[in-house]
Design a binder for this molecule. Structure first.
Ligand code: FAD
Length: 318
């Protein structure tokens, strides 16, 4: 079932969803199930699975030359989605990227998803690979998520890349896209970022999931700006509880979001990470309650492969 249908079926009640990462190469799928199992009691209608593109590693050889290796540390998005649908009978939402994909590869990826009975995808550009400063699309790939959304919409209208195909069947994907309450790191302004978010909706996206934020005011302002710009699709807030003191630097660095002073002060006061975890859980419960009161359709948790703190939060609010 489509995410938008799950929203409709919620009849205004806030529902629970979460995102998982495929395990590191070499780990087994049970590490994923062990994290999903404890969260199933909160009845998530869908689970997102991130996509991780290749990375380059550089190694100096004895002769002084540098060897470049291409590695994908977390493959398996499609397989995990199939396993989730089969084991839990809930919808899996695979993330699909512009980065690392030609349009042809995108088409084939989507055909695999359709054959597996996957009804939803989250369409993203992806970041620059670690060794590059700026995002570079593949030759004959997409530069922006809005173009990827267009390709999916074309397939939903039975238009494939090979225009000589006859009697082709349409796909029927429900497409989600990313939104940034504190703006995307490359966007010159919130207004410009929202302008391009609107383009993703115009090209066929049906709902938005936000980057994590720790100050609900930023989400409410973003929601209002989107509404003022005519964006009328559901906006789902993304939440992540702080779990270790290292997050104080890592989260702003990696995700380009701010942490409120009062949260930072609480974390600094903690004697150890056990206390930090409690502060993070408490903060996230308060954020969740306020967002629920404001009538958001889903609370979407970034589990990052750890379910215990998400379980504690969910058990207080669902
Ligand atoms: P876009 O919408 O393409 O925007 C990228 C930038 O370009 C923005 O600054 C935007 O304002 C600007 N822009 C957009 N369109 C245009 C245009 N036509 N002309 C000029 N400028 C334009 N990354 C992963 O690698 N794997 C994942 O699974 C993953 N999941 C994510 C899930 C969520 C909910 C979120 C919020 C992010 C996720 N990311 C993931 C990270 C995401 O790939 C990065 O944030 C990436 O840098 C931007 O992706 P986007 O889809 O928002 O890009």
């Amino acid at each position: 079932m489509k995410v938008t249908e799950h929203i409709k079926n919620g009849n205004g009640k806030t529902q629970f969803s979460f995102e998982i990462l495929p395990p590191l190469k070499g780990e087994n799928i049970h590490s994923i199930f062990n994290n999903i199992d404890p969260l199933m009691e909160f009845k998530p209608p869908y689970i997102n699975v991130t996509y991780h593109r290749e990375e380059y590693s550089f190694k100096e050889l004895p002769n002084g030359l540098i060897e470049r290796k291409v590695v994908r540390k977390r493959p398996g998005t499609v397989g995990i989605c199939a396993a989730i649908q089969n084991r839990y009978h809930v919808d899996a939402v695979p993330h699909i990227l512009c980065g690392g994909f030609t349009k042809e590869e995108t088409e084939n990826f989507l055909i695999d998803l359709q054959f597996l009975g996957i009804d939803n995808v989250m369409a993203l550009r992806g970041d620059a690979v670690k060794s590059e400063t700026y995002f570079t699309p593949e030759k004959n790939g997409h530069k922006y998520a809005c173009d990827l959304v267009s390709q999916i919409k074309d397939m939903n209208n039975a238009t494939y890349l090979d225009d000589e195909l006859q009697n082709s069947s349409p796909t029927d994907f429900c497409v989600g896209v990313a939104g940034y309450p504190e703006k995307h790191m490359e966007a010159p302004s919130v207004e410009s970022d929202i302008h391009f978010l609107k383009k993703k909706i115009k090209n066929g996206a049906k709902y938005v999931v936000t980057q994590m934020f720790f100050d609900n005011k930023k989400f409410f302002e973003f929601q209002k700006k989107c509404k003022d710009e005519g964006i009328d699709v559901p906006i789902i807030p993304g939440l992540k509880p702080i779990a270790v003191s290292k997050h104080l630097n890592l989260i702003p660095h990696r995700f380009k979001v701010d942490l409120p002073d009062s949260l930072v002060r609480e974390v600094i006061k903690c004697k150890d990470n056990k206390q930090v975890r409690e502060v993070g859980i408490e903060w996230c419960i308060n954020q969740s309650k306020e967002l629920m009161d404001a009538g958001v359709p889903f609370l979407h948790f970034y589990s990052m492969g750890k379910s215990d703190n998400i379980k504690q939060i969910a058990s207080q609010i669902f």
